[in-house]
Write a protein that binds this ligand. Structure first.
Ligand SMILES: Cc1cc2nc3c(=O)[nH]c(=O)nc-3n(C[C@H](O)[C@H](O)[C@H](O)COP(=O)(O)O)c2cc1C
Length: 222
């Protein structure tokens, strides 16, 4: 157990670390686009342009059969009406989504002080889209995805190395091979909040909510 009297301890470090120190970006919420997808695409493009690393990395939160939340980082694979990600349907997250499709996605671009939160139901895309996603992965990513077994206990690293040799050989022999459980998911958004942090802490927040004819937009207190 760490003692708080320890020199250089974590608590001291945490108090020294700046957060939202600025200079941060601004955001004209009054003139935001009517649809959150347009605003998100603008923010994502901008984050990529200014050189933010992995601006397409996001946290996917889902709920397990015990009602407890779970979360992990994933890569955003596409954006149309929906936000897309890909993973193994037999992984813990895949099983959680099969039982409870409501999920949340969270993006954070620290240098810009921007956060985006997306809530909605995830659904598996048709098999052809999942196969196309699988085939678009790099060779090593395909070899790993072909293994399945994501998040199962690994007894020894040698077991993984041996399994990878087999799956790489299978792919070399049949480059069109695809994992049956690799799945492209689409999240249909019901609520999207964009958050522009301000060093003054007067953060600018705008929430889009799905309505029968489109989207409503409202500002939120910081
Ligand atoms: C930046 C980053 C990106 C990731 N992208 C993916 C991804 O696109 N698909 C995926 O299945 N796992 C991805 N992972 C691994 C997941 O975070 C997670 O470890 C794995 O999917 C197992 O999650 P689960 O046990 O909740 O199913 C990524 C991890 C990081 C740190």
């Amino acid at each position: 157990m760490m003692s708080d009297a320890e020199p250089g301890d974590v608590r001291t470090l945490l108090r020294q670390l700046p957060s939202l120190a600025g200079p941060l970006w601004s955001f004209d919420a009054d003139n935001a686009p009517e649809a959150p997808q347009l605003l998100f695409a603008d923010w994502l493009r901008f984050a990529a342009e200014v050189g933010i690393r992995e601006p397409h990395a996001m946290t996917l939160s889902s709920v397990g059969p015990d009602g407890h939340p779970d979360a992990r980082m994933l890569i955003l694979k596409d954006l149309d009406e929906d936000w897309h990600f890909a993973s193994d349907a037999l992984s813990p997250k895949g099983r959680q989504i099969a039982g409870a499709p409501h999920v949340a996605l969270t993006f954070y671009w620290a240098r810009l002080g921007r956060q985006v939160r997306v809530r909605g139901a995830a659904r598996a895309m048709p098999a052809a889209a999942s196969t196309a996603d699988f085939r678009g992965r790099s060779g090593s990513a395909r070899a790993v995805a072909l293994l399945g077994r994501q998040s199962q206990p690994l007894a020894a690293p040698s077991e993984l190395a041996e399994a990878l040799e087999v799956s790489s050989a299978r792919l070399a022999h049949d480059p069109d091979l695809a994992s049956a459980s690799w799945t492209l998911y689409a999240v249909a958004p019901t609520e999207v909040e964009v958050w522009q942090g301000q060093a003054s802490r007067r953060h600018i927040r705008l929430v889009y909510r799905r309505t029968p004819d489109g989207w409503s937009r409202s500002r939120l207190w910081p």
